[in-house]
Design a protein around this ligand. Structure first.
Ligand code: 3PY
Ligand code: MG
Length: 260
């Protein structure tokens, strides 16, 4: 495998990677996102409609479309992180990581000994990455990434501790939950100024700690801002919005005809 052909090497080099985001459990949508040019696709098992079986199909469809495979697990479901790594996820994102302890348990579920406690059986992962089992085993701890979501005031307070976890590869900011938490429930303001300032601080600390910094972005302007702040993994585009926007636009065409 060439040096830059895996997601971990790309992100560690600081190269910006954009990931499409999938919540509809329709594997063909993720394949279309991959074929449509997204370098990675994230399968969302926290807020999406996926279960384990459909997530496995979506991982295969992402590979078929030629994109990198990222998964967001439900809160605290570290066992599922290991299972989805077995099924070919190259990067696991865990929501609501609020302490060093949360980060250690999550990161260790993604790594084989001596860095963690992941249990052996990555047959599907080896197949999807085009490796033998032994090749996969040798590269797995470096190439299977664990990103802890920073999305609460508690996580901001514990950020140095979280970033000090050696087994953890990086952080991923959830700006919506972050804005709710920072305002103590008063506001949903993912694109607000306070959020932008706090996100810049998270990226700076993560990069200084030698960790990967990622963030969920609501639009292209936020992607641009995130790259300037030092983030290298940015989400952009959700399958449900692609469908909703397309319905609205297509419907508007006939509205114009019938109201003429
Ligand atoms: C957030 O913004 O809180 C997220 O988790 C993005 O999905
Ligand atoms: Mg969130």
């Amino acid at each position: 495998m060439s040096e830059q052909s895996n997601l971990a090497d790309k992100l560690r080099s600081g190269k910006p990677v954009i990931t499409g985001w999938s919540v509809l459990n329709v594997p063909m949508f993720v394949e279309m996102m991959a074929r449509g040019g997204y370098e990675a696709v994230t399968i969302d098992l926290q807020h999406g409609m996926y279960d384990f079986a459909s997530a496995c199909d979506a991982l295969a469809a992402t590979a078929l479309g030629g994109a990198h495979r990222i998964v967001r697990i439900p809160i605290g479901d570290n066992a599922l992180a290991g299972r989805l790594a077995d099924m070919g996820a190259e990067c696991l994102i865990a929501p609501m990581i609020n302490s060093r302890e949360d980060a250690v348990s999550f990161a260790r579920a993604v790594k084989y000994p001596p860095d963690g406690d992941r249990s052996w059986s990555p047959f599907r992962a080896a197949m999807l990455s085009g490796q033998t089992l032994e090749e996969y085993r040798q590269g797995a701890n470096l190439q299977t990434l664990s990103l802890a979501m920073i999305e609460t005031q508690e996580a901001i307070d514990a950020l140095d501790d979280i970033l000090s976890v050696a087994e953890l590869d990086g952080v991923f900011v959830g700006p919506s939950d972050l804005s709710i938490s920072l305002s103590n429930g008063a506001r949903l303001d993912p694109n607000g100024e306070e959020n932008a300032r706090v996100c810049a601080g998270i990226a700076e600390k993560a990069v200084k700690a030698g960790k990967i910094a990622g963030i969920f972005c609501m639009n292209a302007d936020k992607v641009k801002e995130a790259i300037q702040q030092g983030f290298c993994l940015m989400s952009h585009g959700i399958d449900r919005s692609f469908v909703a926007d397309s319905i609205a636009n297509t419907r508007r065409e006939v509205d114009e005809i019938t109201s003429a």
